[in-house]
Design a protein around this ligand. Structure first.
Ligand code: ZN
Length: 240
């Protein structure tokens, strides 16, 4: 347990942020969550959020005591000021600049900044996000340098001593499953497998061994590969 006043977890309803929520609940006496509605093509992630939070409460009475308010913030302005495959109905593809067109420029900067504003109001001094350099699509706003620079900017701009914690920054998807097992055993792995949603296409019709999803989009591919490695498949012999 740390002496922190409490943590605000960026919680989307996906595998990474659910693992981050469990991580925060195992460390901080007070944990709140924040989610953003920004006109995602498929609102499935947002729809599963309350159920995942409920299940986290049921997993551990201590987590139930620690888990406080959930803040849902309307950031629909994102879909008005950017044009990406996450918010409009275009095919997911790589762009000339080497980034996939699922990249929403500055999204995580905006999320963290809004989260910092809410944390200020709620008296919370830790922001927890699932950003990851190791196993992600190369989004520049997921990098550790970006998050450290943003932490400095927020603290300068708000006269606070807020910490941005990114427990998944240096681990891959297989290790993210492993972390879930360390935090909450197979029960948490099962909660994340069946309760969370990651698929870019919003597909939730079929339960695979790694969870629900289309099985083909980049988010499903990463999640499936990570799960198979977590369950013991060699890293170079994975098929979906
Ligand atoms: Zn998918």
């Amino acid at each position: 347990m740390t002496t922190s006043q409490g943590a605000l977890v960026l919680f989307s309803g996906g595998q990474d942020s659910a693992t981050c929520a469990a991580w925060a609940l195992s460390r901080y006496a007070k944990v709140e969550t924040i989610g953003f509605d920004y006109g995602q093509r498929h609102a499935v992630e947002l729809a599963v959020r309350p159920a995942v939070l409920q299940q986290l409460r049921r997993l551990d009475p201590e987590w139930d005591r620690r888990l406080g308010e959930d803040h849902m913030i309307d950031l629909s302005l994102i879909s008005k000021i950017s044009d990406t495959a996450l918010t409009s109905n275009v095919e997911i593809a790589m762009q000339a600049n080497g980034l996939p067109n699922t990249f929403v420029p500055g999204r995580n900067l905006l999320f963290m900044t809004v989260a910092a504003t809410v944390a200020y109001r709620r008296g919370l001094d830790v922001l927890v996000g699932g950003m990851c350099e190791t196993d992600f699509s190369g989004y520049p706003d997921c990098r550790n340098d970006t998050m450290q620079a943003l932490q400095n900017a927020l603290n300068l701009g708000m006269a606070t001593q807020t910490r941005i914690e990114t427990p998944l920054m240096w681990i891959d998807k297989a290790a993210t499953w492993e972390l879930a097992r360390e935090l909450g055993g197979e029960a948490l792995v099962e909660l994340i497998r069946t309760g969370t949603h990651t698929c870019y296409l919003g597909e939730r019709g079929m339960l695979h061994e790694w969870g629900y999803g289309c099985g083909k989009c980049p988010a499903c591919a990463l999640r499936a590969r990570g799960y198979q490695v977590f369950r013991g498949s060699p890293r170079d012999a994975i098929t979906l």
